[in-house]
Design a binder for this molecule. Structure first.
Ligand code: CA
Length: 469
């Protein structure tokens, strides 16, 4: 009995003492690298470390393992940025607590749909995984078009950089820039078995994204129209979007219960759009348009959207757009053949308060086709300055009873007034707008977005900060 007990203790101790291993690879060892990452032998705490060099044309491979909260399985560069992926590549993550760290993707492109896909195959997801301090720069398939050809072209010819599935994944302190081919920088996929994602996308720098001249080139899309009635609970916070010109939506929210807060949109020719889905919160974001054509603020569609404390300055297009709807919110009984989820659903219960609209070209209420006017829209405590004609209101007769304006302030050019009966009073004292903007931007930049080791990221950050020195 005593012997058995002793043996058991020794066994337990030897299991506990099993040391996590570090595995080193160089570019000539790609085959054994892929065999280890996908082989199922990795243990919590293991580190797969790439020595300096260019890892070319790796194609698609799996990184499958189960780490733990305290001991993730880490795939990283020995020296951040010195191990470079190039050529066709798809890394398929599956399992739990995996980490990608310090990796540079430069002139690589996706061998499959995505460069980094958070699932191995349909339904086999990665959860609790983290991609941190990585950079994806100028990764465009040279065979693919950099401009949209036809209406649905990007879904056929586009390529995605990150495809998130599963739950509780985090993308942080990364840099993404110079995307030119159609397709998303970051797509969050939702499905019947794959929602309530709790993903977190934070402290990243999204640099230049070339104008694709068509749809399907958002920088971030949370969901898709077909899955838009599902909750995602994704959090997008403390990121910088600089010159993200891919298309008219920098971020397209297409699901429910997401939060987008404290992001800086700097001279990006697109907007933050609640395109589909409900119950989203857009809070404390800052938009600096510098009067550039195509720079936008916030567009609201659907129900229960909250828009608080955003600072939207000098957008060349709308600072705010609350649109007409074509259909009611879909229910389980809705025939989506007749009322497709790709259409526009009525705005209802929008709460738009404590925002600053400073010198925006347009504040647009009720434009767009459809006959479902927004209902129960509360606009309180907002400040508006801008050109005399910045309020563009179609269907002014539909404002009373549907929009509740209270305690808004304005200061428009040429002494103009907003075209509403009540709820707006002149701004008695103009704030020091330049100081306010400077404080907002520098405060957002102070949290240190992007990988510390990547020079182009530092240059992008310095470019913004330099405007306020
Ligand atoms: Ca779009």
């Amino acid at each position: 009995m005593k012997k058995t007990l002793l043996l058991a203790v020794v066994l337990i101790l030897s299991c506990l003492g099993a040391k996590a291993a570090s595995y080193f690879f160089s570019p000539s060892e790609a085959a054994s690298l892929k065999a280890l990452l996908g082989g199922g032998e990795l243990r919590p705490g293991d580190r797969i470390i790439l020595r300096d060099g260019v890892y070319r044309d790796l194609g698609a491979f799996d990184f499958s393992a189960r780490g733990s909260l305290d001991a993730p399985v880490t795939f990283c560069a020995e020296h951040p940025g010195a191990a470079v992926f190039s050529g066709p590549l798809t890394i398929r993550l599956s399992g739990e607590y995996l980490r990608l760290e310090g990796l540079l993707f430069y002139k690589a492109w996706s061998a499959e749909l995505c460069l980094v896909e958070f699932q191995k195959e349909e339904g086999v997801f990665a959860s609790h995984c983290r991609m941190t301090e990585c950079a994806i720069d100028d990764c465009n398939n040279p065979q693919k078009s950099e401009v949209a050809i036809g209406r649905m072209s990007s879904s056929i010819s586009g390529e995605f950089w990150l495809g998130l599935h599963g739950t509780d994944n985090r993308i942080d302190h990364c840099y993404f820039a110079n995307k030119r081919v159609g397709g998303l920088t970051v797509q969050i996929w939702l499905g019947e078995k794959d929602y309530l994602n709790n993903h977190r996308i934070d402290h990243n720098v999204f640099g230049y994204h070339k104008d694709y001249q068509g749809n399907g080139a958002e920088t971030i899309r949370i969901g898709n129209s077909w899955s838009s009635q599902l909750p995602s609970h994704t959090l997008v916070e403390d990121n910088v979007f600089l010159h993200c010109d891919g298309e008219i939506e920098v971020i397209s929210v297409k699901s429910c219960h997401n939060t987008v807060r404290r992001n800086l949109f700097y001279e990006s020719r697109g907007g933050l759009v609640c395109r589909h889905g409900h119950d989203n919160i857009l809070e404390s974001n800052t938009f600096i348009g510098n009067d550039i054509d195509g720079t936008l603020g916030i567009r609201i569609i659907n129900q229960n959207q909250t828009v608080y404390d955003n600072f939207i300055a000098r957008t060349g297009g709308y600072g705010l757009l609350v649109r007409m709807g074509v259909y009611e919110r879909p229910t389980a009984e809705t025939d989506t053949e007749l009322e497709p989820l790709t259409s526009y659903h009525r705005v209802e219960n929008a709460d738009i308060a404590y925002n600053w609209f400073f010198g925006c070209r347009e504040i647009n209420l009720l434009s767009g086709f459809g006959d479902k006017e927004p209902r129960h829209v509360r606009m309180w405590h907002n400040v508006f300055t801008g050109p005399a004609d910045c309020f563009r209101v179609e269907h002014a007769d539909l404002i009373p009873g549907n929009f509740n304006f209270e305690d808004n302030r304005y200061s428009l050019a040429d002494g103009a007034r907003p075209p509403f009966d009540g709820g707006f009073t002149p701004l008695e004292v103009e704030p020091d707008w330049a100081a306010l903007e400077r404080a907002r931007v520098l405060d957002l930049m102070s949290v240190g977005q992007g990988p510390s080791w990547y020079l182009p990221c530092r240059t992008d950050r310095d470019q913004i900060i330099g405007h306020y020195r």
